[in-house]
Design a protein around this ligand. Structure first.
Ligand code: ZN
Length: 211
């Protein structure tokens, strides 16, 4: 996959080598990586990105324009949606509510609900309420405004309708919602993104192992 990053150690226990394809020579000792032993063989590092279809009852985010890996900066506008229990995305923008759009293959997820066998009734309610919200006259194309009636309002209104603001106080306020739920997730992803771009530029990156 395009966004995969591999990590291995060749000759030094305190240096990780990060890359997309294994370099022919070790960037540290310049020995042939095929003919010499690696201290730690390559493994994939966890990517923060996920295809929304693999999520359940989550908030999902992606850049309004382009992708996280290629286009995202701290100034990028983010688009936000909600998935149902089968990973179908519900989102609101100037077209009104769209259900099941396939453009969410590299998004970030914000978990607002722990899904387990004990809350299957709540999950059912989540799906039903999401379908109701999608049909509400509040979320038509004509009512969309970029600043005060947009994708965030749709998501927060839905989560509040479910009563989640009682346990997640930050849902009462859009600024707090962004600061407490969205920014920590994008900040973590930001580290992966800068590493990815560094590797794209240099081929591989050597990092000190932090204990
Ligand atoms: Zn080496």
């Amino acid at each position: 996959m395009e966004s995969e990053i591999r990590c291995f150690q060749h000759c030094k226990r305190d240096k990780n080598i990060l890359c997309q394809t294994i370099p022919l020579v070790c960037p540290i000792c310049r020995q042939d990586t095929l003919k010499t032993e690696m201290r730690i063989p390559p493994y994939l590092i966890d990517s923060p990105f996920i295809d929304a279809s693999f999520t359940q009852c989550c908030v999902v985010i992606k850049p309004t324009i382009g992708s996280f890996l290629k286009d995202f900066t701290n100034q990028s506008d983010l688009h936000i949606g909600v998935t149902n229990s089968r990973g179908v995305v519900y989102e609101y923008d100037e077209r009104g509510v769209t259900v099941g759009c396939q453009t969410w293959s590299d998004c970030l997820r914000v978990t607002v609900l722990d899904i387990n066998s004990e809350n299957s009734d709540f999950v059912k309610k989540w799906d039903q309420d999401l379908d109701l919200a999608a049909q509400e006259s509040l979320w038509t194309a004509g009512k969309y405004t970029e600043t005060s009636h947009n994708c965030y309002d749709f998501v927060m209104s839905f989560l509040n309708r479910l009563g989640l603001q009682a346990t997640q106080r930050c849902l009462q306020d859009r600024r707090r919602f962004c600061e407490e739920m969205i920014v920590p997730v994008t900040a973590r992803a930001g580290k992966f993104i800068s590493l990815y771009r560094d590797i794209k530029r240099k081929g591989c990156v050597v990092q000190d192992v932090t204990v």
